[in-house]
Design a binder for this molecule. Structure first.
Ligand SMILES: [Ca+2]
Ligand SMILES: [Ca+2]
Ligand SMILES: [Ca+2]
Length: 210
């Protein structure tokens, strides 16, 4: 089943957006708010952009600024960078920007939709969903965009890769049996296992952190 992953904005909303801590507003030794910061998407300027705010809602900063849709923020585990989805070149691509908004980099470049970036726990790789092969697949690329490779490779819709905390496995959503199921595979695509098996839609896996 072909499905354009750019049309699942609703799912990003259902899943919740990238949350990094909650609590008081004091400053940690790192210089960041002790309670953390929250990346989110908003169309308050007329189209979707990536924003950052402190956990009490203060310090709102816009990290992107272009007329296309930018959403789906995902933090690097060290909190220095945010991967996100953007349509600024006319179709969905994965970009990365520093947490201060500097140095935006385009990591994918093809006419298909590339979406749902998820950073590996060690920061070296980014999993994403792409339709470049004609249907949704889970790909992994190096964090600089090099060496993209297809981990799923079947005619059903596969997407929404989620890393295990130790970085050895990726859970994902697949419709290869005709409806949504949760699967898990090793981070190189081997060792595929089907974890759910029922006629209802199972989707949007999220691995519990350590
Ligand atoms: Ca925008
Ligand atoms: Ca693309
Ligand atoms: Ca597929």
């Amino acid at each position: 089943m072909h499905r354009d992953v750019s049309n699942v904005w609703w799912l990003a909303t259902v899943l919740g957006l990238a949350l990094a801590g909650c609590g008081s507003n004091s400053t940690a030794p790192s210089g960041r708010p002790a309670a953390g910061q929250i990346a989110f998407a908003s169309n308050r300027d007329g189209n979707e952009e990536i924003y950052l705010m402190d956990a009490d809602g203060s310090g709102v900063t816009r990290l992107t600024n272009n007329p296309a849709r930018d959403f789906w923020p995902g933090w690097s585990s060290d909190g220095t960078r945010i991967a996100f989805y953007s349509e600024r070149d006319g179709n969905g691509e994965i970009y990365v920007v520093n947490a201060d908004g500097s140095n935006p980099l385009n990591l994918t470049n093809n006419p298909a939709s590339d979406a749902t970036p998820a950073w590996s726990p060690d920061g070296s790789k980014i999993a994403f969903t792409t339709t470049r092969d004609g249907n949704g697949e889970v790909y992994v690329m190096n964090a600089d965009g090099s060496n993209p490779r297809n981990l799923t490779n079947n005619p059903g819709w596969d997407g929404f890769g989620a890393w295990s905390p130790d970085g050895t496995k990726i859970a994902f959503n697949s419709e290869r049996d005709g409806n949504g199921e949760i699967y898990v595979m090793n981070a190189d695509g081997s060792g595929l296992r089907n974890l759910t098996n029922n006629p209802a839609a199972d989707l949007a896996p999220a691995w519990r952190p350590r």
